[in-house]
Write a protein that binds this ligand. Sequence first.
Ligand code: UTP
Length: 289
Amino acid sequence: MAQTVRKAVFPVAGLGTRFLPATKAIPKEMLPVLDRPLIQYAVEEAKAAGIEHFIFVTGRGKGAMEDHFDRAPELERTLEAAGKTKELKALADLLPDAGSISYTRQQAPLGLGHAVWCAREFIGDEPFAVILPDDMVKSKVPCIKQLVDIHAKTGGNVVGVMDVPRDQTNKYGILDVSEDDGKLAAIKGLVEKPKPEVAPSTLSIIGRYVLLPDVFEHLGRKEKGAGGEIQLTDAMARMIGGKPFHGLRFEGERFDCGSKIGWLAGNIALAFDDPEVSDALKDFIRKRM
Ligand code: UTP
């Protein structure tokens, strides 16, 4: 039987250059979508999938995230005195259990693979989830739970995938597939950011993974890949051929909130579902169109 996935890594040390100057002094992961920061959606998704330990790989200037998941006694007292119980509850709900969040620093942004490697001592020898908070997924079943459920059946590595237009393969890790039932694809190769003309498919990895701890051995070699960065895709590629490795076409809508258009679309999608703002927003858009 597959081991339970209890831990999730949140690599949040990137510089967020696509969103400058907004991300100069605040972390990209603290950009709000509707009424909460990206990192909160990611943590809530993990919690809903049964994750018990949340490991943040942060960097310099990322302290706002630690404050976000801590008590704010002065603010809480002020809200209490003003009788703002709804707001107080929203703060209480986002507080993780004491000791369930750990932070480690990636001292330099050497790549996603290196960021994940920085979490190795917290993970130890068990399967774990990786969630990139700037990829927000709106779905009925939390996206990472869909991957965890597949891992429970296969006992192997699982990555969240979606089809992208061929001219965008150079932005993603792309799958070379051996078998595909339309939902689950068995992986025989992985390539990071291939040019459209050489991409083995258009099935691309988004920011959701369930990985076996064997990946740390490969990441530990610190080999540089595409863009001179230590790529998670390259380390994953070295695991193919051992334990099962699948790409899951997850159910849900993914927003790349690290890009302006993805962030805007994510805001609109969530706002359309929010009774507090939905009608007013639709009215505004109608008038603008
Ligand atoms: P991205 O490439 O989307 O993030 O990395 P970025 O580098 O911050 O953004 P841009 O491209 O400059 O706008 C995907 C995820 O990996 C993390 C990022 O924080 C993001 O969550 N990451 C990336 C690290 O933690 N460390 C790195 O060295 C690189």
